[in-house]
Design a protein around this ligand. Structure first.
Ligand code: DX5
Ligand code: ZN
Length: 221
């Protein structure tokens, strides 16, 4: 069986109790903490930055933190997230002037690097940097907000991305972000994803464990 990772997006958590929320979702069986960084410039919303990432590490979170940068420019914030304890750092290619350099900065800082593709963004930006990628993240909603509906066309795009990754022979995770829930996670996995971001589907329920268990049951079937 594929090694699937469930990555709750803390965008949908209660920010007033963030440490506790992260503890709870990890005890409920989550693998990775998905950390959405929005700058009110590249996307029309403003969220959290390196200080909050660092605070989660000081609080005692040891799970991987998957930093999804929705910021422009990208490079000047990368170092701060490396210092703050990020595990993965992913960014949108159109937000970086020099994609190869930004990816290299992330890996040189000891983090895993990835590119994020918006629903209408072509996948060609990954073509010449496959050897520098640890993650490819496909957006299945337009970035900026949680709680949106999964765009069905993304399933075709996942199949294309999966084929490109398999052809490359590199060990690259394929992550999906936006509108993911128990009802569609099985189809998404069959289309090739192995890492699943879910915000409202998990934090919108009282019992995080029952949602994560139901997701795992879909992935196992
Ligand atoms: C959207 C963010 C997502 C978001 C997902 O810009 O990148 O990570 O939190 O939220 P849901 O799962 O509610 O669509
Ligand atoms: Zn995200």
């Amino acid at each position: 069986m594929a090694d699937y990772l469930i990555a709750p997006s803390i965008l949908a958590a209660d920010f007033a109790r963030l440490g506790e929320e992260v503890d709870n979702v990890l005890s409920a069986g989550a693998d990775v903490v998905h950390f959405d960084v929005m700058d009110n410039h590249y996307v029309p919303n403003l969220t959290i930055g390196p200080m909050v990432c660092k605070a989660l590490r000081s609080y005692g979170v040891t799970a991987p933190i998957d930093v999804h940068l929705m910021v422009k420019p990208v490079d000047r914030i990368i170092g701060d997230f490396i210092d703050a304890g990020a595990s993965y750092i992913t960014f949108h290619p159109e937000a970086s002037e020099h994609i190869d350099r930004s990816l290299a900065m992330i890996r040189e800082g000891g983090c895993k690097a990835g590119l994020v593709f918006n629903p209408a963004a072509p996948l060609h930006h990954m073509e010449h940097v496959m050897d520098k990628l640890d993650m490819v993240l496909l957006m299945s909603v337009n970035p900026g907000f949680g709680g949106q509906k999964f765009i069905p066309h993304t399933l075709n795009k996942l199949r294309q991305a999966r084929a490109l990754i398999d052809q490359s022979g590199f060990d690259i995770r394929l992550e999906i972000d936006g509108g993911v829930g128990v009802q569609n996670i099985g189809d998404i996995a069959r289309a090739g994803a192995d890492t699943f971001v879910a915000g409202s589907a998990i934090f919108g329920q009282r019992d995080y464990k029952s949602v994560i268990d139901a997701m795992r049951a879909e992935l196992a079937s």
